[in-house]
Design a protein around this ligand. Sequence first.
Ligand code: GN1
Ligand code: MG
Length: 341
Amino acid sequence: MSIPASILSAFNLSDQAVFNPIGSGHIHQTFLVEDKKKYVLQRININVFTDPEAIATNNRIAADFLTVHHPEYLFLTALRDKNGNELVYAEDGFPWRLYPLIENTLTVDVLTSSQEAYEAAVGFARLAKNLNDVDCKLFKPTLDRFQDLGWRYKQFEDALAHARPEIVALAEEQINQAKFFHFLVEEYNSLIASRSLKERITHNDTKINNILFDKNTKKAVCVIDLDTLMPGYFIYDLGDMVRTCVSPVSEEEKDITKIAFRKEMYDAIIEGYLSEMNNYMSAEEKKAIPFAGKMMTYIMALRFLADFLRGNTYYHITYPDQNLVRARNQLTFLAILCKHT
Ligand code: GN1
Ligand code: MG
């Protein structure tokens, strides 16, 4: 994909600028820009995020709050174009945004030490802690019912009801497994109905490659991918960390015999998260800690499987049954997680 000239000009990028795709996100198009300075340029996928202005507004509210209350905290904000806009629309209607590149940092897809797991959890928990007192009502959901497990289950059932028989046949084993774990939907519904979880501003996409680590110290420097920064519950953030940090292989791994429970990683995530959030969580909330990873692993299994059944309309894929592979991976990890937590 080439970058529209109007976008280059809006952000004052020169003719000499070099663009290369980066990142492993499934939704947007992301480029590293090397010009006089280095940047990250991103085209927002408006087929997924139909209200990109809501993302920009939520991020601005958080940034303004953090500047006043936690000025020392590094919160990544988009740069403004020459007209003062954070989102710049190309002729085709897609909005683009530009971020400064944070030098000397890296992302990882699979953690190799429990120290890294601890640091990642501290990084995501610090965002939740620093936003603990912000007014949730100021934020708009950028994706409706994004983490609503009951709704995601219904979407899976709907995808199944409309799928072609040959697609259903390919996914039979995963469909049966997905149905088997339905008890987690009941557990989720009663947890939410009990009102024991505080509504907070959560990141909602805390997979391990959404945090930047310092190349040298391996400390968490800042969180990225703030598209789903919106009202939620702590289980979403803690759960997605468990989902993506505890297994020695990522959600893309085809060989399910490599999927395992790394206790040292699990413990480090909980410890890291509580090192920041302990005083901000009620005893009732803490009781929900073991549910977090199961809930988020299940929701991703359902989402990948539903997308496969629908013909892969949501997640970017590079080979035909990639979403089925991802679903199988997540269901395998879920079964393992249920034994250990
Ligand atoms: C998507 O933006 P990206 O690719 O990191 C998805 C998350 C999933 C993740 C799984 C908006 O995240 O919810 O956990 O894929 N984001 C959206 O890899 O659907
Ligand atoms: Mg994302």
